[in-house]
Ligand binder design. Structure first.
Ligand code: GAR
Length: 196
């Protein structure tokens, strides 16, 4: 049995897709949702069982607990987490957490890294920057997480066209569709490479 912890700061639509995908697989369990945002939509989604009867416990933490204590690391170790999956998580992951789970933290970024990444480049900010730059394509990047924003080794990318008339919301919709189509499957592929 492989055990996943999901980190999400916002709506949680990716968390929902991932939880639904693995709800039919007996060898993978979404054990825990962690969020920095007490208003995060992912909390309500979990309360509703993600539409598939999966009521995953949610833990809310604040910045001191995340950055200045070992509480989150200790919780993840106590829960014997195999893979940490960031799904719309907006805070930098502290070095202690990265070092405690080497090669076992992955993120999805809503653009084609290394472009449109780094501090401040998250969610709708990314799509606004892509449109402002007149890009003809955008996409998703799934990557391992290190101590720097959006810089870890790339695992998978997929692209979508951006037309000159697209609004940031329209780009976001195309990117979300790519995320739902690929992130759960790629998580499964990463899990399959992990020992134990
Ligand atoms: C997703 O598009 C994800 O790629 C992005 O936030 C969105 C969350 O949507 N993540 C980042 O920008 C991380 N830097 P969701 O809450 O509906 O899954």
């Amino acid at each position: 049995m492989k055990r996943i912890a999901l980190f999400a700061s916002g709506s949680g639509s990716n968390a929902e897709e991932i939880t639904r995908y693995f709800s039919t697989q007996s060898d993978v369990q979404i054990v825990l949702i962690l969020t920095n945002n007490p208003q995060a939509g992912v909390i309500e989604r979990s309360r509703r069982g993600f539409g598939c009867g999966q009521h995953v416990p949610v833990v809310v933490f604040d910045r001191p607990a995340f950055r200045e204590s070992d509480r989150v690391v200790e919780l993840l170790k106590a829960q014997q987490i195999d893979l940490i999956v960031l799904a719309g998580f907006m805070w930098l992951v502290p070095a202690t957490l990265v070092q405690s789970f080497p090669g076992r933290i992955i993120n999805i970024h809503p653009a084609l890294l290394p472009r449109f990444g780094g501090k401040g480049m998250f969610g709708h900010h990314v799509h606004e920057a892509v449109v402002a730059a007149g890009e003809t394509e955008s996409g998703i990047t799934i990557h391992f997480v290190n101590e720097h924003y959006d810089e870890g080794q790339i695992i998978f990318q997929a692209s979508c066209p951006v037309s000159p008339t697209d609004t940031p919301n329209e780009v976001a919709a195309k990117v979300h569709a790519l995320e739902y189509a690929h992130y759960p499957r790629v998580i499964g592929e990463v899990l399959a490479t992990l020992p134990g």
